[in-house]
Design a protein around this ligand. Structure first.
Ligand code: RIB
Ligand code: CA
Length: 319
């Protein structure tokens, strides 16, 4: 059983990452923290709360974190995720509230409740993680691992040079990569291999309501009109969770990663040196695509079964 604390900005693919963390019976989702990123903190937190009750992980605490970056004005990706953050998906309003704790307090509490056992996974801007490190620098020694969806070594998406999660808060990312732990940087070069194409969407639809009502709408909301070779959305954040439970699906290289914070055209770029004698990161470069989808679809499908079911779309699969 892998303990995971997911810091996220749901978000279409963050929602799919939560679905995986809940669906995989070998994952113990110990807590969720939210950050402003794809959409506002109010919306990322509302989406996390709604997903918790819709999918049935009511006992998992959710705490809200930073509204925006450490120093810069907030960026968002509403053009990709929709104004509320889950595309066309409209979930019932949550009845359970967020924790009274801050994200930083909940992260520290959960890691210290099981020192060395909790895998910290971040799939949004790294502001909450940087604030946690500022509060308690030795936290980096007490996690089982630290995995992010973020960065890249060949290209960006927010700009030609920078991936969105890093671009949204470069100063936070700089603190995180310099904190003394090993960052598993699941970047665009890896996640753009995890495309929900027509074949995958058809398999998603076979999962029942969790597929037709949730996963398919999340995975099809956005298309890139500028990409003549468009095959489908990349499920970026799902790859970060999958790396915790199935690292064998990834071929990775060690590297030194530095974050550009002052470039006129390159701010938010992760500068990746695979030849460095002082690596601070593990960078997955190749995905076992078939194995990844078999795993993700299998775990998502578990959410609809009686032993793991909440209510999907208000319909109790047990009925
Ligand atoms: O660049 C992709 C990342 O930015 C994903 O985490 C997505 O959710 C957005 O936050
Ligand atoms: Ca995200």
């Amino acid at each position: 059983m892998a303990k995971i604390l997911l810091d996220c900005d749901p978000g279409l693919d963050d929602a799919l990452a939560l679905l995986l963390a809940h669906g995989d019976p070998d994952i113990d989702l110990v807590a969720v923290t939210t950050v402003g990123g794809n959409v506002s903190l109010a919306n990322t937190t509302r989406n996390a709360l709604r997903l918790r009750e819709y999918l049935g992980f009511d006992a998992v605490p959710i705490a809200a974190g930073a509204e925006g970056p450490l120093t810069r004005p907030a960026a968002n990706a509403e053009h990709v995720h929709g104004a509320e953050g889950l595309g066309t998906v409209r979930l019932p309003e949550a009845e359970l509230a967020a924790s009274e704790l801050s994200a930083v307090d909940l992260i520290i509490r959960e890691i210290d409740a099981a020192p060395g056992e909790v895998h910290l996974v971040a799939t949004g801007p790294l502001t909450n993680i940087a604030l946690t490190i500022r509060r308690d620098p030795s936290i980096v020694e007490r996690v089982a691992s630290f995995v992010i969806m973020g960065g890249s070594f060949t290209r960006g998406n927010a700009t030609p040079a920078a991936e969105f999660n890093i671009f949204a808060d470069p100063e936070a990312a700089e603190i995180v990569f310099a904190a003394g732990w090993t960052v598993v940087m699941v970047g665009l070069d890896l996640t753009l291999q995890a495309i929900a194409d027509a074949e995958i969407l058809a398999r998603m639809a076979e999962l029942g309501p969790v597929g037709t009502d949730l996963a398919v709408p999340l995975a099809t909301f956005w298309t890139n009109p500028d990409d003549a070779e468009w095959r489908g959305q990349a499920v970026h954040d799902v790859c970060a969770v999958a790396h915790v439970t199935h690292p064998e699906l990834f071929q990775s290289r060690r590297a030194r990663v530095e974050v550009e914070t002052a470039g006129h055209h390159t701010t938010g770029m992760t500068v990746v040196d695979f030849a460095s004698a002082e690596p601070n990161a593990i960078v997955p470069v190749r995905l076992d695509v078939d194995g990844f989808w078999d795993y993700a679809l299998g775990a998502w499908g578990m959410v609809g079964r009686v032993d793991r079911a909440g209510t999907i779309g208000g319909v109790d699969p047990r009925a």
